[in-house]
Ligand binder design. Structure first.
Ligand code: HEC
Length: 158
């Protein structure tokens, strides 16, 4: 094989590897692991354990929102802040990278912004102590719960 043919072969291999890396990155960062569900939503396909983990996080949202509304009704803004903080970004730090790679970009963006908003609710409850502000913020964040549930479902991989 001539030097020129060798370097052409090398170049072809490099291009091929780059394409494989790009496809992997696209799948991991943007597309995730999804298929069309019967009800028109997108089903995110997860291992059974991953689905259980993320559904547990979802139930934590409802439980946290229950605590926030209970504290609001008693004008206990410290209680509001404590309950909201538990749903903040800190709550998402234990999600395994493999699971995050299966979530489509839009899903991840929505999910992370929900955690961020709960931190904001906690910050403002500590600083401004205005129940009405918290209520408005809760309505905003619930809008995102609604938006995501109308677009996605989870499916356990067989
Ligand atoms: C980024 C997307 C997303 C966001 C944001 C989101 N959810 Fe979910 N949630 C899901 C998906 C997907 C399911 C599974 C639905 C299905 O399979 O039909 C789910 C399921 C649930 C469940 C059912 C849990 C179970 O054990 O079956 C509850 C409760 C829930 N979500 C509450 C919430 C609340 C409250 C919020 C907002 C604070 C929220 N979710 C925000 C995607 C999301």
């Amino acid at each position: 094989m001539s030097e020129a043919t060798k370097s052409k072969a090398c170049l072809a291999i490099i291009v091929l590897l780059l394409a494989v890396i790009a496809a992997g990155a696209y799948k991991f960062i943007i597309a995730g692991s999804v298929e069309k569900a019967e009800d028109g939503r997108l089903a995110v396909v997860l291992a059974p354990g991953e689905r259980a983990l993320i559904l547990k996080e979802m139930r934590g949202f409802v439980s946290g929102i229950q605590q926030i509304t209970d504290a609001l009704a008693r004008d206990d803004m410290k209680g509001v802040a404590a309950a909201a903080r538990q749903l903040g970004r800190g709550a998402a730090k234990d999600v395994p990278a493999a699971l995050i790679g299966k979530l489509p970009l839009e899903f991840k963006t929505l999910g992370f912004s929900v955690h961020g908003q709960f931190d904001q609710i906690a910050d403002d409850a500590e600083k401004t102590r205005m129940a009405r502000v918290t209520l408005g913020q809760l309505a905003d964040v619930l809008q995102k719960c609604v938006a995501c549930h109308s677009a996605y479902q989870f499916r356990a991989a067989p």
